[in-house]
Design a protein around this ligand. Structure first.
Ligand code: PMP
Length: 345
């Protein structure tokens, strides 16, 4: 891959903002360089712009060098940065595989970047031949969401590798839900493919959607570009402290995942016994895609019961489907009671 050819010329030429604290090395005792308030509130100083403490701890957990990690204000920030780094508005495009997560298109639309849509196969897998046939030197980013939102399945590893080998641009594998999947995901492929970016997030299995912290794993060249373009202090101090605490309590995350996977099985079993449920798609995530006889009617009925699910019934290949997040046991029980009453009513 020739990264120079893929990056927007203005980004290659960009002289990044240099924050006060990153301009010196060595020991210092008095900091009068950043116009901060000196009185200690615990938060009066700017946070570490490159979040090294977090990256060191996270790197050990993921088996990735800290230099190969980028942290963003949610993975949504990573998506936005990638579009702005690689796609020239009016000339380049991203490739997405509907049905999939909505923010890839939104970020491209905001930047005036074209979106090529190559639908998943009826089995919800990437159509490798169609993607490669459509791609050219303007196809800068391919977003593969695995496990995919809203279908819930992981993509076939052989198809992902075929795309890594054949796609002319950067392949972004969005693994927001990977902690709920049985397989290992794509981190191990980073050594072999310098056109690969793997995204993960603390918003799902880690129970930290509120702190807004997303991860990107990639080769040094791509990480350097993201660091160049990001706002100087994109990950705030409270977030860095909260995630360090979470990383010290990994058993909690594992307990939640185990519980949610158990609840997912119970919900699947229960739903399969309802006559207005016509299909439950297999899930590698913390949600279920469920085809029902009257999706709009059921959605509104549940809203009336103060239970909100996601109506995906107008989405390509998801016709008639609702997407239901696996909740805590008492929440799922409430859903079950409501669905029993709906079936009887
Ligand atoms: N990717 C996928 C597939 C998602 O479903 C979501 C959130 N729903 C995100 C990314 C965004 O995650 P974050 O909270 O890290 O911005």
């Amino acid at each position: 891959m020739d990264l120079q050819q893929l990056v927007r010329p203005n980004i290659l030429a960009l002289k990044p903002y240099s924050s006060a604290r990153s301009e010196f090395t060595g020991d210092a005792e008095v900091f009068l360089d950043a116009n901060e308030n000196p009185f200690d509130t615990g938060l009066n100083l700017y946070p570490d712009p490159l979040q090294w403490k977090v990256k060191k701890k996270l790197g050990k957990l993921k088996g990735v060098a800290p230099d190969n990690i980028f942290l963003g204000n949610g993975s949504d920030e990573v998506i936005d940065l990638l579009v702005r780094i690689f796609c020239n508005p009016g000339a380049d495009r991203i490739v997405i595989l509907p049905p999939t997560y909505g923010m890839y298109r939104v970020c491209a639309d905001i930047c005036g970047v074209e979106v090529a849509e190559i639908p998943l196969t009826p089995q919800f897998q990437p159509d490798v031949a169609a993607i490669l046939a459509d791609a050219d030197e303007h196809s800068k980013l391919l977003f593969l969401c695995s496990p995919n939102n809203p279908t819930g399945n992981v993509f076939d590893p052989a198809r992902i590798e075929a795309l890594l080998q054949g796609f002319p641009g950067i392949v972004v594998v969005d693994e927001a839900y990977i902690d709920f999947a049985a397989g290992p995901g794509c981190l191990a492929l980073l050594e072999d493919y310098d056109n690969l970016v793997v995204m993960q997030t603390f918003s799902k299995a880690w129970g930290l959607a509120g702190i807004r912290l997303g991860m990107a794993f990639a080769g040094r060249a791509i990480i350097d570009l993201m660091n160049k373009v990001k706002p100087p202090y994109n990950v705030n101090q409270l977030t860095q402290e909260a995630v360090l605490h979470a990383l010290d309590n990994q058993s909690q995350q594992q307990q939640w995942v185990t519980s949610l996977l158990g609840q997912r099985v119970l919900l699947q079993q229960f739903l399969s016994g309802l006559d207005f449920v016509t299909r439950i798609y297999p899930s590698d995530a913390n949600f279920l895609l469920v085809k029902v006889k009257d999706p709009k009617g059921l959605y509104l009925y549940l809203v009336n019961q103060k239970i909100i699910v996601r109506d995906r019934s107008n989405v390509l290949l998801c016709e008639g489907c609702l997407r239901i997040t696996v909740g805590a046991p008492e929440e799922n029980e409430r859903l079950v009671q409501a669905l029993v009453a709906y079936g009887n009513g």
